[in-house]
Design a protein around this ligand. Sequence first.
Ligand code: GSH
Length: 207
Amino acid sequence: TGFTITYFAVRGRCGAMRIMLSDQGQEWKEVVVTFDEWMKGDLKKTCVFGQLPKFEDNGLILYQSNAILRHLGRKLGANGETEREASLVDMVAEGVEEIRTKYLKMIYQEYETGKDAYIKDLPNHFCKFEAILVKNQSGFLVGNSISYADYSLFEVLLNHQVLSPTCLDSFPSLKKFVEMMSARPKIKTFLQSDAYKKLPINGNGKQ
Ligand code: GSH
């Protein structure tokens, strides 16, 4: 196949899609854009919303990281097993997006002033996902199979464990979820790879 990710040299909004592609046994090409290159503005002008990531799949060009995840979910069979499940997967993934947006705002706009309050508020968000996992029983967020929402939640949780190593301590099902995802052989290999480890989580060096 011909997957290409065009993005900055960070995990950022491509973390989940890279983990997903790895776990699904896919190969892809990375086009790394430097800050200086981006500041010239030529690439930005060609991006539909003026931002990266850009994703290419055999001539189809997509922007918006969550649209890319959904595209891959449908294409690779990680989008729920029925139409009903697909809708639930979207719902849960939107919940993950809410955490991701808050996290990025804290990292980029109020790390010094807002980090402690952010960490204190985390249980109010994590408890919702804990409840979803307890209710669903399969270990995955929806149904009995892995979906793009699982990859997205997993990646958000990995970042939060760096922010606050104890943040999952009161959430046994989330903790088990992270362990289960980390132990999937292809994810394990990817997380140990230089390609993954060399990239900072965020563009401003905060984590
Ligand atoms: N909603 C978009 C998505 O999910 O893909 C957000 C994309 C976004 O925030 N991109 C940032 C960017 O391109 C980097 S993570 N910043 C440079 C700029 O806006 O000029």
